[in-house]
Write a protein that binds this ligand. Structure first.
Ligand code: NAG
Ligand code: NAG
Ligand code: NAG
Length: 226
């Protein structure tokens, strides 16, 4: 049964098949000389050839399996994901507004797999090159109706603006704004959320302001600089 399964696997995985060769002229002559042992000889020769063939293929498969296992182990060991919120649990309060651009430092850490996110300065330092999924939601509360509401933030990679998200008006007392994107990031890239001048974000134990990212996959071109 195992041999059968192996045969099927070999056939589908390698796309090559063991094939029974017709006997050569020499072999035929040999057979004519000793007809009694001919069939047995041929069978033994074929079995030997088959053995060599399957041993070689098995060795190749074992090597491929070891490589795959190693890649999987590395991927598992290098898993990267974080999800954070603006404040630790506490009473409702706001961050901002400020006259200048300020980093948004998300203090509440739900998950920080791989420790790429630094809750002291709000920076995510990319631990491994790859394709990342990133998302953030910002929320603001004007405090009273008809006051100015300004929920806005920008996502920066190495100080450069990648995307912004903004909701500024006087119609709502509270509102939120979100952005989800997929980016290719290099190891050591610094990702932060930045609060635009005049904007302010408010939160309490409900955690309306969140920032999350995870490594989606590592393209082959990143493997060596992973
Ligand atoms: C992460 O992956 C690299 C490259 O595959 C590997 O050398 C390294 O050991 C992995 N990191 C950990 C913590 O295992
Ligand atoms: C945040 O802290 C890390 C680790 O100390 C440091 O490497 C990084 O440069 C800091 N980023 C900013 C924007 O201060
Ligand atoms: C990542 O590195 C590659 C190769 O060094 C470069 O071409 C690319 O611009 C970098 N990407 C970012 C987001 O820095």
């Amino acid at each position: 049964m195992r041999a059968l399964i192996l045969l099927c696997l070999l056939h589908s995985a390698l796309g090559v098949r063991y094939s029974w060769h017709p006997e050569t002229k020499e072999q035929r002559n040999e057979c004519l000389e000793d007809q009694g042992s001919c069939g047995c000889c041929k069978t033994l020769r074929e079995i030997e050839r088959m053995g060599t063939y399957f041993n070689t293929r098995l060795t190749e498969l074992e090597e491929e399996y070891e490589q795959t296992k190693q890649t999987f182990t590395d991927t598992k060991a290098n898993r990267t994901a974080f999800s954070v919120a603006l404040f630790e649990d506490g009473p409702f309060k706001c961050y901002g507004p400020f006259a200048n651009e300020q980093p948004v430092i998300f203090k509440k850490v739900f998950l920080n797999l791989g420790n790429g996110y630094n809750p002291n300065n709000g920076t995510f330092i990319v631990p491994h090159s790859g394709v990342y999924s990133l998302a953030f939601t910002v929320y603001s509360d004007a405090g009273s109706p008809n006051s100015k509401l300004a929920a806005c933030a920008k996502l920066l990679v190495n100080g450069e603006i990648i995307v912004g998200s903004t909701d500024i008006n006087k119609h709502d007392q509270e509102d939120s704004s979100s952005n989800v994107l997929v980016l290719h990031l290099n190891r050591s890239d610094q990702v932060t959320l930045s609060l635009s001048p005049g904007c302010f974000l408010c939160d309490d134990g409900y955690h309306y302001n969140t920032f999350s990212a995870f490594l989606l996959y590592v393209p082959d071109c990143d493997r060596e600089m992973y």
